[in-house]
Design a protein around this ligand. Structure first.
Ligand code: ATP
Ligand code: MG
Length: 458
């Protein structure tokens, strides 16, 4: 981040400077974690779900921080001399406002990526394609919410020529909030699945929430969506005030896949683009990643990159860890997808598993945040497992529905196992697993199945 004067910070967030430091007149970083605070940054006292950042103001100061941004109505006694203290109505919004102000100094293409599953993977694909030509900023890890997006933008400087920003959400108006900060000219929606259905009521609700990415769109803007998704497909042929480009396997999309060759860790695929067939290579597997790559191809094309530039960019792709890592050792092939899980990503991962010749074992754990859809969702995954795996090892509370449904769909009972906790599963692996098995490991983040991956890949 370049230096911002305290005055710029105060103006950007419409704050009040109630105490002024003589020594520190500018900052060059935004932090919300007091442990990262130092003399050159501003510490935002954010009220989070479990912690109130105002309690950490004095530890930020102990770490050398000289600029504190706090809520007006908080009365924490601030101990320290020569400190800039900025008061605002709401520190969370101030963070967004300051990021928006800072971002406005850099007139580069901004791309916003949302969707139920595949945001990070799609973002990484776009990053790969575009960074063949442009120095591109992307979110670190999964920093995609009302804090992560502003903190990402703070990393901009003159060297960047493009920015691809993943935007997550769990309810209405959250994408709109982020879009009002980022103002992307290109928006991408990977799909409309079932994640966060608890908050949004229905898939129609989820669709509506994702479409907030087009808030502020005009004819200079382009929306790029998965046109095979039944919800997103309804956009085709509609009279829209922006450009629409779709991708998929169906022939009514702007570009569509017409051939796939997959080996153990890479994929070559052909895409019909404007009457010509073009070939691409990505160093990862899964039909879902062909979708993600086609989104990246359309973004590249919208930014006027040549197909060769896009092609060479995609070849360098690095997918953020634990989405679909294939780890081989003397005993097993382990597909590490423990980063997270939803009904849609479980299906995508099971399809990857299905491609292997050896015995296929699905080690699947609970999916969280499904509310009243939990039983139906876990049953759906059980059905998908019965169609794509030879053995199902289900772990957790709701995972028992997977086993029930897998058996109901014809999976041999002897090939199904249910454990309440992962430790129990690990103890039993020696009786279940065979040499040369291909093992998919996947569950919601909170299930911590990375411990299973660690055990199996030893
Ligand atoms: P989060 O909401 O946690 O940020 P995300 O939307 O960024 O998730 P990814 O991290 O890219 O999604 O992927 C999550 C899981 O979904 C991974 O296991 C990945 O393999 C799978 N996945 C990736 N892309 C797709 C897709 N287009 N369709 C279905 N599943 C996908
Ligand atoms: Mg993500």
């Amino acid at each position: 981040m370049n230096y911002l004067s305290i005055e710029e910070v105060v103006n950007a967030c419409k704050g009040n400077l109630i105490s002024k430091s003589k020594e520190v007149e500018s900052i060059n970083e935004l932090v919300i974690d007091s442990r990262l605070a130092n003399k050159n940054n501003v510490f935002f006292a954010i009220i989070g779900e479990s912690l109130d950042g105002h309690k950490f103001i004095n530890s930020a100061i102990e770490n050398g921080c000289k600029t504190i941004l706090k809520n007006k109505d908080n009365n924490t006694e601030i101990i320290g001399e020569d400190i800039n203290i900025i008061e605002v109505e709401n520190t969370e919004f101030a963070l967004g406002d300051i990021a928006k102000y800072y971002k406005s100094k850099f007139d580069i293409p901004y791309i916003g990526v949302t969707g139920s599953v595949g945001k990070t993977s799609t973002r990484d694909m776009i990053y790969a394609a575009v960074s063949s030509q442009y120095k591109t900023l992307k979110n670190m890890k999964n920093l995609n919410n009302q804090f992560g997006v502003p903190l990402t933008l703070a990393n901009l400087d003159e060297s960047y020529e493009c920015a691809v920003i993943e935007m997550g959400m769990s309810g209405f108006n959250e994408i709109e909030y982020l879009v009002n900060i980022v103002n992307p000219k290109i928006g991408v929606i990977s799909n409309i699945g079932l994640s966060h259905i608890e908050m949004l009521g229905s898939r129609e609700g989820i669709f509506k929430a994702k479409m907030e990415i087009t808030t502020n769109f005009d004819e200079s803007c382009t929306l790029i969506v998965n046109g095979d998704d039944d919800m997103l497909a309804t956009l085709k042929g509609k009279d829209l005030n922006y450009n629409l480009k779709t991708f998929g396997f169906e022939k009514d999309n702007t570009i569509y896949c017409v051939g796939v060759e997959m080996d153990d860790d890479s994929t070559t695929f052909k895409v019909m683009m404007y009457g010509k067939i073009e070939q691409f290579y990505i160093p990862t597997v899964g039909e879902h990643n062909i979708y993600n790559a086609m989104a990246a191809i359309l973004v590249g094309q919208t930014l006027n990159l040549t197909l060769d530039e896009i092609r060479s960019g995609l070849e360098t792709l690095e997918i953020t860890k634990s989405r679909m890592d294939v780890i081989k050792n003397d005993n097993y092939t382990v597909i590490d997808s423990v980063y997270n899980a939803s009904v849609d990503s479980m299906r995508a991962a099971l399809k990857v598993l299905n491609r292997y010749e050896n015995r296929k074992v699905a080690v699947l754990g609970d999916m969280f945040e499904m509310g009243s859809f939990a039983e139906a969702g876990h049953r759906q995954v059980g059905k998908d497992a019965s169609e794509n795996a030879d053995v199902l090892i289900a772990i957790g509370k709701d995972a028992r529905f997977m086993v029930e449904e897998a058996i109901a769909n014809g999976m041999n009972k002897e090939n199904t196992y249910y454990f309440e906790i992962k430790e129990e599963a690990i103890e039993n692996f020696k009786n279940i697993l065979q040499k040369e098995d291909v093992i998919l490991v996947k569950a919601s983040r909170g299930m911590h199945l990375e411990e299973i991956v660690k055990f199996l890949s030893k």
